[in-house]
Design a protein around this ligand. Structure first.
Ligand SMILES: NC(=O)c1ccc[n+]([C@@H]2O[C@H](COP(=O)([O-])OP(=O)(O)OC[C@H]3O[C@@H](n4cnc5c(N)ncnc54)[C@H](O)[C@@H]3O)[C@@H](O)[C@H]2O)c1
Ligand SMILES: [Zn+2]
Length: 353
């Protein structure tokens, strides 16, 4: 997949963790550290190790959960690399969801100023979003993802079979980002999702493979564009200014990120309608898609005025005004600071509290 001048393969398919030849081709390192967590390692570490033998394999198995995405756990990964005197020619492999990927990537970015890194994403969210683009990092008590670095993987290997054990709630949360890609720039993909949503929810491998491939293509195209085209990258925040407000207003505990983004996408669509950019039937289509995916379209535990406060302190605020990503029509998003405050308040009131 093309990512400007730093392209790397994104391999997607059923059973790829068992594909020895694939690892022989794409992961040349002899010394390998596999980073995973206590939930994923018992399920998939054995298969991965079998595909990598007979190399020198080490593991760093971290506790599970977003609260574990810390500098302290990155230090644990680095300690293993140092204690075993791994050189610059080693590789760090991330086997897990976005939390493991972000930490392993940050460790790989900083060990000896950067060693090879491979993403083996095992959640839908990681397969369609966090494993592509090169953002790595950890949370700080002062804020989410405050500490990090860009470090591109040498390869991404997404085995769709890992999704068979993923909790359904996590699968649905990942679908929010998939729906987002359709809304941003691909109306045909959105149509396809409407037709095949039930297969996706049932875990159909071929349908999942298709959405992962198309999602990675879209994300790679947007983040791989000219470094100066920051405007394009901002489109990936569709639904996120609203969604982040829901997450922070509820203390990051009540809703998964993808669930908050599901509601955020509906609010972005409503705001687009309120601003005269989207037709009523299109707003209805977006709302129905989110609801069918099992994601919330209404968040009763957040008051509109509280959400607005959180939106104002979100990092997208420039010159005191919140910049929003809106949709002109399904498949075409844009960034604007030109909208009416009453429209924003009506939007929040329609979906919150
Ligand atoms: N780097 C980026 O560009 C980027 C983009 C989006 C999100 N993120 C980050 O990604 C993180 C969220 O990632 P996530 O949604 O994958 O969460 P996660 O990594 O916490 O995984 C969700 C849960 O599923 C479990 N799990 C993972 N794979 C499994 C499998 N195959 N079977 C059973 N259980 C499995 C995990 O152990 C965890 O309990 C956040 O920290 C977010 O900031 C990063
Ligand atoms: Zn997101």
């Amino acid at each position: 997949m093309e990512l400007g001048n730093r392209s790397y393969p994104i391999l997607i398919g059923e059973g790829l963790l068992d594909a020895r030849a694939l690892f022989a081709q794409h992961v040349p390192a002899r010394d390998i550290l596999i980073v995973s967590n206590t939930v994923v390692a018992p399920l998939y570490l054995g298969a991965l190790e079998a595909s990598l033998r007979p190399r020198r394999l080490l593991t760093s198995i971290l506790p599970d959960g977003e609260s574990q995405k810390t500098l302290a756990n990155v230090a644990r990964i680095l300690d293993v690399l140092v204690a075993n005197r791994f050189g610059r020619d080693c590789a760090v492999l991330a086997l897990g969801g976005g939390v493991v990927g972000d930490m392993a990537g940050f460790a790989a970015a900083t060990y000896q100023r950067g060693v090879a890194f491979v993403q083996l994403p095992t959640t839908l969210l990681a397969q369609v979003d966090s494993s592509v683009g090169g953002k790595t990092g950890v949370n700080h008590p002062g804020g989410k993802n405050l500490i990090g670095a860009f470090h591109q993987p040498i390869a991404v290997v997404a085995d769709t079979r890992t999704l068979t054990t993923l909790p359904r709630r996590e699968l649905r949360a990942g679908l929010a980002e998939v729906i987002k890609y359709g809304l941003i720039c691909d109306a045909d993909f959105f149509d396809w999702l409407e037709v095949h949503l039930d297969e996706l929810l049932a875990g159909d491998a071929a349908a999942l493979e298709h959405v992962i491939r198309r999602s990675c293509e879209i994300k790679a195209k947007i983040v791989g564009g000219d470094e100066r085209e920051q405007a394009d990258r901002a489109l990936l925040n569709l639904g996120h200014t609203f969604g982040h407000a829901v997450e922070s207003a509820t203390g990051y505990t009540a809703w998964l990120h993808g669930e908050a983004i599901g509601a955020g996408l509906v609010m972005a669509a409503r705001m687009s309608r309120e601003s005269g950019h989207l037709t009523a039937p299109e707003l209805e289509r977006v709302t129905r898609m989110i609801a069918r995916a099992g994601l919330p379209t209404h968040v009763p535990d957040v008051r509109p005025e509280v959400a607005l406060q959180h939106m104002r302190i979100d990092k997208k605020v420039q010159a005191g005004r919140i910049r929003l990503v809106l949709i002109r029509r399904i498949g075409s998003a844009f960034v604007t600071a030109d909208y009416s405050e009453p429209a924003l308040q009506r939007t929040l009131a329609a979906h919150l509290g």
